[in-house]
Design a protein around this ligand. Structure first.
Ligand SMILES: [Zn+2]
Length: 319
């Protein structure tokens, strides 16, 4: 038996076949066609899952061999109703995606938020395997998160729990897209690090940061400060020191609230070196932890983009 996981991204739609041992055995992807409406995009997803079974590396009889389908959505979903409630940057809000899939598929269809799916993937097959509770935090465009507790996804009573990026870590701080001020993602995301880097560059015209981005503020990326700091630039080191404190303050709150056995960190920022990111974060989190005797392990996520596909596929086991 196999499971199908779908990772719905703004750039690509990816479908993968996952076996009962949580291995991703084949995958297929197509670009997300920005000109299409909800119906068109969902038909693309359905077509992709059918082709995955009939033309993929592992050919299977889709009528008999598929136990469940899971769909990871960048936004808010209502798994009970089978609907996508809200998506940013994709015209999928207020659509009953389960009903559409079940016109073609007999297997049950589950919906999950993409950050929750990534957490499930790391729990079933990645860095958090065997750890409970397990928390995953993604430092990307925003800050995403998810938790598995007792082998089940914890997502609150109506599916919007563990929106860790909107945990308020800096009361009265920067205005967030959600309408609140001081949300963690306004300080700890890659986007936030880019803002922090640009601010530092504006007040330090001699910093190496300027050379690294060719004198163009539009070319500043999440990695720019890491690159400059590794070449000895003091301004970049200062930016990173403050950035790590911003990340740590959220991690400390998660540790003190939930005491997870592990927090795995994913997203583009997690590619930074241990010396520049993970080791100092571990120190900061340890210093701020209430329980000094039992340490939450802070580690890098290991599955990258596969986490979301594997986690979506195994939603049926986890909710
Ligand atoms: Zn917010």
């Amino acid at each position: 038996m196999y499971y199908i996981g779908i990772d719905v991204g703004g750039t690509n739609l990816v479908a993968g076949l996952v076996d009962t041992g949580a291995h991703l055995v084949s995958r297929m992807s197509i670009p997300a066609d920005r000109t299409k409406d909800a119906d068109g995009l969902i038909q693309d997803m359905i077509g992709l899952t059918v082709r995955l079974c009939e033309e993929g590396e592992t050919r299977i009889d889709r009528q008999y061999d598929i136990k469940a389908i899971g769909i990871g959505i960048p936004g808010q979903v209502d798994n009970r109703a089978g609907t996508i409630v809200k998506t940013v940057n994709m015209p999928l809000s207020n659509t009953n995606i389960r009903a559409a899939f079940q016109t073609v598929w007999g297997a049950p269809v589950f919906l999950g938020n993409d950050a929750n799916c990534a957490a499930l993937g790391e729990y079933w097959a990645g860095a958090a395997r065997g750890c409970d509770p397990a928390v995953m935090v993604t430092l990307g465009t925003g800050v995403g998160g998810g938790m598995v507790s007792g082998g089940r996804l914890f997502d609150g009573f109506a599916g919007s729990g563990m929106e860790v990026g909107h945990m308020i870590t800096h009361a009265g701080g920067r205005l967030c897209t959600c309408g609140n001020r001081g949300c963690w993602e306004q300080y700890g995301s890659a986007t936030a690090l880019i803002h922090q880097t640009i601010e530092a560059m504006e007040s330090h015209p001699d910093s190496l940061l300027w050379q690294i981005c060719g004198g163009d503020l539009k070319k500043v990326e999440g990695r720019t400060a890491f690159d400059a700091a590794s070449q000895g630039d003091a301004v970049a080191s200062g930016v990173l020191e403050r950035y790590r404190e911003h990340v740590a303050v959220g991690l400390i709150s998660l540790v003190n609230m939930l005491q997870p056995e592990i927090i795995c960190i994913g997203g583009g920022i997690s590619n930074a070196s241990d010396e520049m990111l993970m080791n100092p974060l571990r120190k900061l989190v340890l210093a701020g932890s209430y329980d000094k005797g039992n340490h939450t392990r802070i580690t890098r996520a290991t599955l990258g983009n596969d986490a979301g596909i594997i986690g979506a596929a195994l939603l049926c086991r986890s909710i």
